[in-house]
Design a binder for this molecule. Sequence first.
Ligand SMILES: [Zn+2]
Length: 350
Amino acid sequence: MPGPFKGEVIPREEPCRICNEGTGKQIGVIDYWDIKTSRLVQCVSCGHIQLDPMLNDEETAKGCQAYYIEEGLRTGKEEQFKNCERNFRRGVVFSYKFKRKKITPLTVLELGPGTGYFSAGLKFVFPSLQITVMDINSDVLEFNREQHGFKTIQGIPDNFVSNCSGKFDLVVARDILEHVTDISKVIKNVHAYLKPNGLFHFIIPNGKEDVWGHYLTFNLANTASELLINHVNYFDGKGLKDLLNRKGFSSIDYYTYQVKTTLRGKGWKKNPRLMSPLSVKKKADLFINEKVRELPVIEFKKTEILDKWYVHQNRKWLTYFYSLYHHFNLFRISPERNIGHEIYGLFRKA
Ligand SMILES: [Zn+2]
């Protein structure tokens, strides 16, 4: 059903971060706030879609700060608490995969942990698990230390941290890989951080569906679309798997799930209603300097967030089954078909 993107093949300002190819098919133009205008290009060799040129660290930091405020203004306390709870449950479901395989991980590194509740779910199942989280944002790190007692490292996944070399049984990157500048470096670093036979778990939005709105705006409205969250990578299911294989990983689980978005037409239907919003070059400084004052102060109380009838230290099986009921993926599609909302990966260091 979904065909390939159509677009003009052009020389790129920067080569593909996966395969170094110098040309790409232009499939969109985005404005990242009022910070930068870039083209969206799909590599003609490996299929990877990226911003060209890529955002630099300073631009990313500014946009992320603005996005944090923008998101905070439209997401209430209840929704944020729900997200924590959902991530906790996903952590529990994930842990039981290990339990069933009689594996007890001792050390885990989570890249970009957000509120840390996924790792909190791991810790709930494996109480002796040592958890380290890595993030660039010091507020995120402080939150993870205070809320969960995790060890923290300030850094970005692209930059190698020699301290982490060979230390971890598991590296987690949930909704992170789509944000990184240099995906090849990141995969290489993750490989180095793992012990022999260590595991790498990630989720990413499906590249084709994630980029579809921008593609339509470019093709139907012939204009730039708005990019507020720094999704700078849109992965091709086959290209990503090939990259992981080349970097020394073998696949355990690799699938796409949640086809609701596909049924609505994402990735194939040329419907103007599916377009990404036209760019208005939203002012990042306005959010950072002024709107920030409207941001509500929310106190995240872990006892309150996890005060649920099914969360019980002595009845973890109950927590597991309830969590599984909410997060079991019935449909599993090969990511190589580039349909579905999200890609789930679990890979082993070969
Ligand atoms: Zn490429």
